[in-house]
Design a protein around this ligand. Structure first.
Ligand code: NDP
Length: 253
């Protein structure tokens, strides 16, 4: 039956940045589909996510790791595997947002953003791949943005990192798709989360953005759940190296 293809019973999902926002919504959706969930955040304060996952009767583990620090990333997937037995689904979602005119952009912040968005995604994919390749099955979902396609304003590091995630997605897919790992990228538009607050509340940019969204509203994080479950499940077994937008029509405009 077609709906059975979407079931994730017995699978273990690692969601970086699962503590709030889009990561929390995706963690909840994956749990509803049957997956146990490990959230990886700087603060390990994911109580709301824990409630969402455990209310589905699934196991939740809160792991502390600053994914921007290579030394903290080292061995993380081994630690998850030791505790949960396996990693079937990896969602590289943790993200930060820094806005400065390019001429003033501090290099240290540029490096930090690249580490959090891009280096961490590659590092965790590389750490997860051996067991996924051994089983001939695995799902890696990178979280891009409409800034995977656009330059944006005063966000050179963010735009560069999100563009690079599309390249990473395609490159990994080319190496691993015939060996059972699906690597894909979700490119969300403007969703109502903490990271977006400064934009939404900006008296100039806020209305400008809203006016340009064909759907006429910001996205609700829960609206990402269906796509995340699809890409994490057997329903997407022939989807490889794709960047799928979910943006209320933003890029169609
Ligand atoms: P939020 O700020 O709401 O949540 C970010 C999450 O990432 C938090 O759980 C945070 O945990 C975690 N995080 C941030 N930095 C680190 C770090 N160094 N190490 C570990 N965890 C970290 O963001 P969103 O949910 O809005 O964004 C999630 C992803 O979606 C990001 O990659 C973002 O770029 C992308 N995105 C968001 C859009 C939007 O409109 N909201 C649009 C397009 C893409 P903690 O506080 O503990 O560090």
């Amino acid at each position: 039956m077609i709906l059975d293809l979407f079931k994730l019973d017995g699978r273990v999902a690692v969601v970086t940045g699962g503590g709030r926002g889009l990561g929390q919504a995706m963690a909840g959706a994956l749990a509803q589909a049957g997956a146990d969930v490990v959230s990886v955040t700087r603060t390990a304060q994911s109580e709301q996510t824990r409630k969402l996952v455990e209310s589905c009767g699934r196991t939740f583990v809160d792991m502390q790791c600053d994914v921007g620090q290579p030394s903290e990333r080292a061995g993380l997937i081994d630690r998850v595997t030791a505790q949960m037995g396996r990693v079937d689904i990896l969602v590289n979602n943790a993200g930060i947002f820094q806005r400065h005119p390019p001429e003033d952009y501090p290099l240290a912040e540029f490096d930090e953003l690249m580490q959090v968005h891009l280096h961490a995604a590659f590092d965790f994919s590389q750490q997860s791949a051996p067991q996924m390749l051994k089983r001939g099955r695995g799902k890696i979902i990178n979280i891009g943005s409409v800034l995977t396609f656009e330059g944006g304003l005063n966000i050179p590091a963010y735009a560069a990192a999100k563009h690079a995630l599309a390249g990473l997605t395609k490159s990994l897919a080319n190496s691993w798709s015939h060996r059972g790992i699906n690597v894909n990228c979700i490119a969300p538009g403007y969703f109502d989360t903490q990271v977006a607050d400064s934009l939404k509340d900006d008296p100039v940019r806020g209305p400008q953005i809203l006016d340009r969204i064909p759907a006429g509203r910001w996205g609700d994080p829960d609206e990402l759940g269906g796509l995340a479950v699809f890409l994490a499940s057997d329903a997407s077994n022939y989807v490889h190296g794709s960047v799928i937008t979910i943006d209320g029509g933003w890029l169609a405009r």
